[in-house]
Design a protein around this ligand. Structure first.
Ligand SMILES: [Zn+2]
Length: 177
């Protein structure tokens, strides 16, 4: 995925907000998680000097984000730490969603660290210059535009219909939590 990670995180935050202990904190955790795996680009362009694909770093291992999710879920079950655990759970869910979206065309080592074989739903052929034009002209970019359009629509409709003054969720979770 190229430009829709942050909007996808926003949509995730809107989907799970009813269960979060603080709406703004949940949104922050989700947005941070949505871009967290790609923070490895700083390492890629500096210390690694572009020698390895940044998807080969541990920051793009699904097993790492799954482990973090399990840890966060366990912490969120402990009453004293439940709020921090829930935010960490939301953060890790968003990071995992980032990898799922990267899987579209981005080559992700799904079984790392056991296997460093890369998987992708579709391959973007190198036909155009500069390189990013190949992604913009690929069909998968339509999904990115769809995610961005859905995000804008929700943001605009949210401004028209402000939430309750108390900040309380306007609907229930449906599971009694
Ligand atoms: Zn990524």
């Amino acid at each position: 995925m190229f430009i829709a990670h942050l909007p996808a995180g926003y949509l995730l935050a809107k989907t799970i907000r009813c269960r979060a202990p603080g709406r703004k904190a949940a949104m922050t955790a989700t947005l941070l998680g949505a871009i967290a795996p790609d923070l490895d680009l700083f390492y890629f362009y500096t210390l690694d000097a572009c020698r390895h694909h940044h998807h080969s770093y541990w920051t793009h291992y699904p097993s790492g984000w799954l482990a973090l999710m399990l840890l966060a879920w366990g912490v969120s079950r402990i009453k004293r730490w439940s709020t921090g655990g829930t935010w960490l759970l939301i953060f890790s869910m968003s990071g995992f969603l980032h990898l799922l979206l990267d899987c579209m065309v981005g080559d992700i080592p799904l079984l790392a660290p056991c296997s460093m074989r890369f998987y992708a739903l579709a391959t973007v052929q190198a036909q155009y210059h500069p390189w990013w034009l190949n992604f913009l002209l690929h069909w998968s970019f339509l999904l990115e535009l769809l995610i961005i359009a859905a995000t804008i629509r929700i943001m605009v409709s949210g401004r028209r219909k402000p939430d309750s003054p108390s900040g309380a969720p306007s609907s229930t979770s449906g599971h009694g939590e």
